[in-house]
Design a protein around this ligand. Sequence first.
Ligand SMILES: NC(=O)c1ccc[n+]([C@@H]2O[C@H](COP(=O)([O-])OP(=O)(O)OC[C@H]3O[C@@H](n4cnc5c(N)ncnc54)[C@H](OP(=O)(O)O)[C@@H]3O)[C@@H](O)[C@H]2O)c1
Length: 212
Amino acid sequence: MSDVKTIGIVGAGKLGITLARVARHYGFNVNIAGSGNASKIALTAEVLAPGAVAMSSEDVAKHSDVVILALPLGKFRMLPKEALAGKLVVDAMNYWWEVDGSRDDILPSEQPSSAAVQEFLPISHVVKAFNHIGYHDLFDEHKLRGDPERKAMAIAGDRDDDLKTISKLVDQLGFDPLVIGGLLDSNRLEPGMNTFGANTTIEGLRELLDQQ
Ligand SMILES: NC(=O)c1ccc[n+]([C@@H]2O[C@H](COP(=O)([O-])OP(=O)(O)OC[C@H]3O[C@@H](n4cnc5c(N)ncnc54)[C@H](OP(=O)(O)O)[C@@H]3O)[C@@H](O)[C@H]2O)c1
């Protein structure tokens, strides 16, 4: 299991900036990229996530221990594939028709979106996490371990070591980690499923999964 010190985030919108803010709160180094030049998001990062460093997506990939994908899913084929090779990549993206258009245009039908992302990044280690809780809940629901009100974050991935690293990271960012299976099971967390939007305790999340 790797120890994460620097979190990279690709996508500097509602989710990306919120994650950057939470990660800075818990003392991580944060590198963040938007769709264009770093200067476009530098002030936003400075004001909303003080200490987060704006850079290009390639530099985020190169200079971070873990890279969280927080861009529209329809844009995943624009990711810097070479720079992400060998990296632990956390896919927080969801298919959202208002943003992404027809699902069939961006994903093979029936394939969980995170499995498609893994296929596109064959040498990266993709884990799904941070996708089912809304950014507003991430913003104000992170809590220290042991708090009875602490909420849970579902995680899916194919390698034990990666799941351990991301479980620890989720815990360090204020949520109880719950591994739900491999990437082929990650459609259990996608929009339309009862877990999507779930902002509940680990018992509550287990109950929702049991009902599927
Ligand atoms: N919002 C939530 O509560 C939430 C929660 C969990 C997961 N998610 C998922 O997280 C992703 C982002 O959602 P959001 O609500 O944060 O969207 P958003 O506010 O629209 O932000 C999207 C960000 O991605 C950037 N971007 C677009 N294309 C890019 C590219 N090729 N490379 C790098 N960055 C790029 C955008 O930059 P520009 O502004 O320059 O285009 C923007 O900074 C989606 O897949 C969504 O389903 C969202």
